[in-house]
Design a binder for this molecule. Structure first.
Ligand SMILES: Cc1ncc(C[n+]2csc(CCOP(=O)(O)OP(=O)(O)O)c2C)c(N)n1
Ligand SMILES: [Mg+2]
Length: 233
């Protein structure tokens, strides 16, 4: 959530402009669509009132982001493991045409179980796509278990570096640290760039912090009050 906010507020260029000229953001972990919709509303690309329709029949705001409904959504995602390779293709097209826009792809750590992610990483490095930034939300969980129990990724920074990427780490719940990593990543001129965003799943409320069941469940009205109260305090 914090990463998306800093990205849209301070990093992505021309998000409110034409589809041809703007930086491309691909939300590979499409199940985080609600966080994306909220940030799109924060930066004026979606009405706040439309957020109330989330996941309702006929709504443009589906449980996974859908390109056909929203101009701000570059590609439909939700089936994990695809968007990095799509981003590689976009970045290659941009580089060949000497475009100024860049491509940012956000992945989950569990999503990196998918072999296609590592194909995308190899390809991005082979093509020296410095106009491509990959953000990995390393929250240590995937669905109901710890990533290291299912398919360990560490040492992730070393792995990405060995694949030929320029890599930074950030505290993904700290907007200042996220900004620092994003700004530093802009200095890389030759390699594709990755930021390993170390986050705590459910950050911001004692009810949800690090509790795996929140991957699937929705809060009761009382729980909403508690979470909102804690977020405001
Ligand atoms: C190809 C594919 N397989 C399985 C799923 C079901 N699924 C949805 S979210 C998720 C866990 C993803 O974990 P992670 O990438 O770490 O994202 P997080 O929820 O931690 O942000 C899974 C397995 C899916 N959406 N796509
Ligand atoms: Mg995860």
């Amino acid at each position: 959530m914090e990463f998306l906010y800093v990205l849209y507020r301070y990093y992505l260029k021309g998000a409110e402009g034409s589809r041809e000229q703007r930086d491309r953001f691909l939300m590979s972990k499409g199940h985080a669509s609600l966080a994306l919709y909220i940030v799109l509303a924060e930066v004026g690309l979606l009405g706040f009132e439309e957020l109330e329709t989330y996941c309702q029949s006929g709504s443009r705001l589906a449980g996974h982001p859908e390109h056909v409904h929203l101009d701000a959504v570059e590609i439909t995602t939700g089936s994990l493991g695809h968007a990095l390779s799509v981003g590689v293709g976009m970045a290659l097209a941009g580089a060949k045409k000497q475009e100024q826009w860049e491509v940012v792809v956000m992945l989950g750590d569990g999503e990196c179980n998918e072999g296609s992610v590592w194909e995308g990483l190899m390809c991005g490095a082979q093509l020296k796509l410095n106009n491509l930034l990959c953000v990995i939300d390393a929250n240590q969980y995937e669905s109901l278990d710890k990533t290291e129990h299912i398919m360990g990724l560490e040492p992730l920074v070393d792995r990405l570096t060995s694949f030929g990427w320029a890599v930074w780490e950030a505290d993904g719940n700290d907007p200042l640290d996220i900004s620092r990593a994003l700004q530093n990543s802009r200095l890389e001129k030759f390699r594709p760039r990755a930021i390993v965003s170390r986050t705590i799943k459910g950050y911001g409320s004692t009810l949800s912090r690090g509790v795996t069941s929140w991957h699937y469940r929705r809060p009761s009205p009382e729980e909403v009050d508690q979470i909102v109260g804690e977020l405001k305090s």
